[in-house]
Design a protein around this ligand. Structure first.
Ligand SMILES: Cc1cc2nc3c(=O)[nH]c(=O)nc-3n(C[C@H](O)[C@H](O)[C@H](O)COP(=O)(O)O)c2cc1C
Length: 180
């Protein structure tokens, strides 16, 4: 699939099948993540690739434990019992805190989403996982990912085959400011 089609066709999937992605597809996703640019080419992000169902469920449960009631209600409305919507493969992007760390992680996240689209897979960027790794949470799960003290959660991406999927979001041309 060409890049522009992948950009336009991508939409967030919140309903994944149980089926695991193919090993060769996982390798392509990992390469897409590693090919992403980082500020001054520091490549200081850690790309945690997780297919361990117990670990995925533990992270999800910790998120639900900390979730406020409004968000819980939203998850119920989506029939979502798992923060990753049952996706079989999760990428958790972590990094030392720098002025560019979140931006670096966002770029890797989009690379993963576009490469997924290209492979016929679906994806969802998930930021709501942050409290499960926050140092202010005494039950944080940093040790489960062998995270260094100065390493923090940036963002995560859930990947798998879609059971169902919504249409891509509408464009808002008001976002464009033109100076010709
Ligand atoms: C930084 C970031 C964090 C997000 N976190 C979540 C999340 O925690 N849970 C979720 O269901 N979707 C999350 N999303 C997906 C957005 O809700 C989604 O991209 C947006 O509604 C537009 O829909 P689309 O992705 O289908 O175009 C996140 C997206 C971004 C870019």
């Amino acid at each position: 699939m060409d890049v522009l089609s992948a950009i336009k066709k991508r939409s967030s999937c919140r309903d994944f099948k149980n089926d695991q992605i193919k090993k060769e597809d996982l390798d392509i996703l990992i390469e897409a993540a590693l090919a992403s640019p980082t500020a001054i080419n520091l490549q200081d992000l850690k790309i945690n690739v997780i297919q361990d169902r117990n670990l995925i469920d533990d992270i999800s449960q910790e998120c639900f434990r900390l979730m406020d009631e409004n968000v819980k209600k939203r998850m119920q409305d989506r029939n979502a019992e798992n923060i990753f919507y049952n996706a079989p493969t999760i990428f958790i992007l972590t990094s030392p805190k720098t002025v560019y760390s979140d931006l670096n992680a966002g770029i890797v996240a989009q690379s993963l989403c576009l490469a997924s689209e290209h492979l016929g897979l679906s994806s969802c960027i998930i930021g709501m996982v942050a409290p499960a790794f926050d140092e202010t949470n005494p039950k944080n799960l940093k040790s489960r990912l062998d995270m260094e003290e100065n390493e923090y959660f940036c963002v995560s991406v859930a990947v798998g085959y879609a059971n169902s999927k919504k249409l891509p979001h509408d464009f808002d041309r008001n976002q464009i400011k033109e100076f010709y």
